[in-house]
Design a protein around this ligand. Structure first.
Ligand code: PEP
Ligand code: MG
Length: 876
């Protein structure tokens, strides 16, 4: 018989932390904590394999599951000497979900299972605490009703609010036993009104239904959406953890809390968390009572605080990783209910990895592997300009760092709708719930008036890397009227108004506060420095201006891998000359226009060479179809007619004659260089003269002339010869400078015949944007109409323009490298398509032996780390 149930108890467990796949994260860690002797309330885990088989069998449970649950329950009863849902000292249970990857707020929890009127009376007798028992009972009905039977939580909430109002109190802890008993009775009525049945009194029936509800919740819309957004695939399902209840709501020496072993927002090595006295688990994150900082726990219960600090230390040393833990104190006895790897911001992830390495807990390589390169993106996004006037109207908790600016919307659905229409929005809610996940993902940032640092909004925003200000209690959010008022001031804002939030300081501003580019520093620099020591591939950048070049260097770029010269043709001072060149009827006319462009190009290149100070600079000769530069409206056409002494009709004719059905496959790239050689001649001369001038000015230069869109070796042979001739002519006028001539490999035929192409190339640079376009036959500019559908339908695993299609396009790259190096063993090979900044693609580039990757300036740090990780994986 297959094993489906794994027990954990005092000092022993059937499972351990390596069994996440079948026990889920929560179950595996409960087992591990029990093993290492931490005070975990005993229980058992029903494996994820049950979930898998359940869905595989049309929602039928595999044989033997319920028998194994009964056996495990019997064992729990005999160990504790208590009976489940019976007797004066009954065993009560909690049921919680837990998949291998934690999905906060996505799955459901039911506490206090096993209560019925008879058991309640018995428990009141033994504990002498009626208030406590009715509090348990009303929570059971609420959670069971909500999670198992789908009775909306708000019905219960409203009844509780009414009871508090009638009693004239603010907090549920202030309700008396009698009042809570009445609330319980009312809850039972609400339950029957909405379900049409009585609340189950049979404990086993309760337990079975709760377990079933957890398995059913695996396929709810919000769980499916969460997995989609976070690209979680390949899990068997959720496990279900059934555990002995311990009670944080027994009175003033009881309580419950959540904590991180280090600050998950900044990464600082300080214990970080919140607790509530006389409360049950859900209260801390529900945002109804405001939790207290963990540093105050010692003042309440010194011994328990000491135990908690010890557990913090033991867990972090044991897992060698930041832990996010939950604890409960029952009448002065400390229990640990959960531990898992703490979700953290990108900045915290870096700082924690670096500091753990410096503390000697892990080594540098481990630290490098700990940080997800894609997460670094968050650190590279804008922050508010420190010089800008902020005038905050309110202050909340700095729940997830970064600057966000957007127009206020008040529901998650609105956020999604507005963003679909091209708006930037900020989601403003009293608190968020798992149903809001889509809107949170769409919004630039999240602002809530309730809830603490571990509230749903805060946890989810940190995971997504979205700026979030939480618990901003000064805001009075009127969700119906869609306006926000601020306590103690006359500031207000309404739907559609621009609002800025600073997730690093907790400030809220009306209007658009200007943002600036971020700066790397501290731990990030340290980590990237370690990455540089490890990685084999170099990292260059795609940059067309001195400013971009300078920024990329500050991010660590080791050269320019692609300077697209066409971007230099668009300035107001240049476009007329460019147009004149294109519209000219003969070579003489073209040469005249090119004369005007030469000095401009030369100074462009001088600027870039200077900015790069001796690092290699790959300059690509003109690539796009000529008609992209042409004047298309009457006014611009007339201007050209005047400039060139032509009639408007003549200009129109010429423009017409240059239009193409398939410009991407038309007269572009090296084909222009072959048919209008004087264009490339001018560009090569500009490169040569700029190199000479820079050298004379004492700047070291390493120009690499790159010819785009080569399909045959013959094309490259012709163009290389011309380029070399122009460079030699320039050098003959003054002095010689070292340079290279190479090509982009972006047409499949060039990859297939790379051995021949390499005869004329000192280097290859894979233009994987075009290579993907041409290998798939998907237009780069038109694929938006079907690619998202393809990805959604899993026809493609990923958008191949974002992450290299290793199976197909990757073969062309691999073949290109191998064939090219067969002809020229020292051929330098890189990539300059968008994929050069994508971690998975960078891994592949490393594997096929590329010398460098080149990506946009902001992705340079990502590429440095991803290249280091790829090198480290060689030894795994
Ligand atoms: C490419 O095709 O991958 C490339 C880098 O060139 P462009 O994007 O300019 O076509
Ligand atoms: Mg290209």
């Amino acid at each position: 018989m297959q094993r489906y149930v794994y027990a954990f108890g005092k000092g022993t467990a059937d499972g351990n932390s390596s069994m996440k796949e079948i026990l889920g994260g929560k179950g595996a860690n409960l087992a591990e904590m029990a093993r290492i002797g931490l005070p975990v309330p005993p229980g058992f885990t029903i494996s994820t394999e049950v979930c898998r088989d359940f869905y595989a069998n049309n929602r039928n449970y595999p044989d033997g599951v319920w028998e194994q649950v009964d056996e495990a329950l019997a064992a729990l009863e005999s160990q504790s000497g208590k009976s489940f849902g019976a007797g004066k000292s009954p065993l009560l249970l909690s049921v919680r979900s837990g998949a291998a990857i934690s999905m906060p707020g996505m799955m459901d929890t039911v506490l206090n299972l096993g209560l019925n009127p008879e058991v309640a009376e018995g428990l009141i007798e033994t504990t002498g605490n009626a208030r406590f028992v009715w509090d348990l009972y009303r929570r059971l009905i609420n959670m069971f009703g909500d999670v198992v039977m789908g009775v909306d939580h708000s019905h219960f909430e409203a009844a509780l609010d009414r009871a508090k109002e009638e009693a004239g109190v603010d907090l549920d802890t202030e309700l008396s036993a009698e009042q809570l008993k009445a609330v319980t009775a009312r809850y039972l009525e609400i339950y029957s009104e909405h379900t049409g049945e009585e609340f189950p009194t049979d404990p086993r029936d309760q337990l079975k239904k709760a377990i079933d509800a957890v398995f059913q919740s695996w396929e709810t819309e919000r769980a499916v959406t969460y997995r989609k957004i976070h690209k979680i695939t390949g899990l068997l399902g959720t496990a279900v953890n059934v555990q002995t209840m311990v009670y944080g709501n027994m009175g003033e020496t009881s309580g419950t809390g959540v904590a991180f072993t280090r600050d998950p927002s900044t990464g600082e090595n300080v214990f970080y968390g919140e607790f509530l006295m006389n409360a049950q688990g859900e209260d801390v994150v529900a945002g109804i009572r405001t939790p207290r900082p963990i540093s105050e726990l010692g003042g309440e219960l010194e011994g328990c605080n000491r135990e908690l600090l010890e557990v913090r230390d033991i867990l972090e040393k044991h897992y060698k990783e930041v832990q996010d833990l939950e604890f409960t104190i029952e009448n002065g006895t400390f229990y640990i209910l959960q531990t898992r790897t703490g979700k953290r911001t990108a900045f915290a992830a870096v700082r924690i990895a670096v500091e753990m390495a410096e503390e000697g807990m892990i080594d540098k390589n481990e630290a490098l592997m700990r940080v997800d390169p894609a997460q670094l993106d968050q650190l590279l996004h804008p922050m508010f300009d420190p010089k800008a006037d902020r005038s905050p109207i309110a202050q909340g908790l700095a729940a997830s760092p970064g600057a966000a600016v957007g127009r206020a919307v008040f529901t998650a659905d609105d956020a999604e709708e507005w963003v679909a229409k091209g708006e930037k929005v900020l989601l403003v809610r009293a608190e968020t719930s798992p149903e809001d996940i889509g809107g949170m993902h769409a919004a630039n940032g999240i602002l809530t008036s309730r809830g603490g640092m571990t509230s749903h909004a805060a946890v989810v925003a940190r995971g997504m890397g979205k700026p979030c200000v939480a618990g901003c209690g000064m805001l009075q959010i009127d969700g119906a009227a869609k306006v926000v008022r601020v306590d103690g001031s006359d500031a207000t804002f309404a739907e559609g108004d621009w609002v800025s939030i600073d997730g690093s300081s907790g400030e809220v501003m009306i209007g658009k506060v200007p943002t600036i580019a971020p700066q790397l520093g501290g731990a990030v620099e340290t980590l990237l420095g370690w990455a540089d020591e490890v990685r084999r591939m170099k990292v260059r950048t795609n940059a067309d201006t001195p400013e971009d070049s300078v920024r990329a260097r500050s991010f660590g770029a080791q050269g320019i891998g692609l300077c697209r010269t066409e971007h230099m043709f668009f300035g107001d001072d240049r476009i007329p000359a460019v147009r004149e060149m294109i519209l000219a009827n003969d070579e003489t006319g073209r040469r005249r226009a090119l004369e005007t462009l030469l000095p401009m190009q030369r100074s462009d290149f001088e600027g870039i060479f200077t900015a790069m100070g001796g690092l290699p600079v790959t300059i690509r000769l003109l690539d796009p179809p000529l008609h992209e530069f042409l004047p298309h409206d009457d006014e611009a056409q007339q201007e050209m007619a005047d400039r060139m002494g032509l009639t408007l009709a003549q200009v129109k004719d010429k423009v017409e004659s240059l239009s193409e059905f398939n410009p991407m496959l038309g007269h572009r790239g090296c084909r222009l260089g072959i048919t209008y050689p004087e264009i490339y001649d001018m560009q090569v001369r500009a490169i040569g003269e700029a190199a000479v001038n820079a050298t004379k000015a004492g700047v070291k230069v390493l120009p690499e002339i790159m010819i785009p869109l080569i399909g045959t070796d013959v094309e490259l042979g012709i163009l290389r010869e011309r380029a070399v001739a122009v460079m030699e002519a320039v050098f003959a006028e003054s002095q010689t400078v070292d340079y290279m001539v190479g090509t982009m490999i972006e047409i499949p035929r060039a990859a297939l015949t790379a051995d021949a192409v390499a005869k004329y190339a000192d280097f290859f640079s894979f233009g994987t944007n075009d290579l993907t376009q041409m290998a798939f036959g998907y237009s780069r500019d038109d694929s938006g109409s079907f690619l998202p559908f393809y990805v959604e339908q899993k026809i493609l695993v990923e958008d191949p323009f974002v992450s290299l299609d290793i199976v197909g396009v990757g073969q062309l790259v691999r073949m290109g490298v191998e064939l090219g190096r067969k002809t020229r063993p020292n051929l330098k090979v890189g990539i300059c398509g968008e994929h050069g900044g994508d971690p998975a693609s960078i891994q592949f580039c490393h594997e096929v032996g590329l010398d460098y990757v080149s990506c946009s300036p902001f992705r340079v740090p990502i590429a440095r780390l991803a290249a280091a990780q790829a090198t480290l994986r060689d030894d795994l």
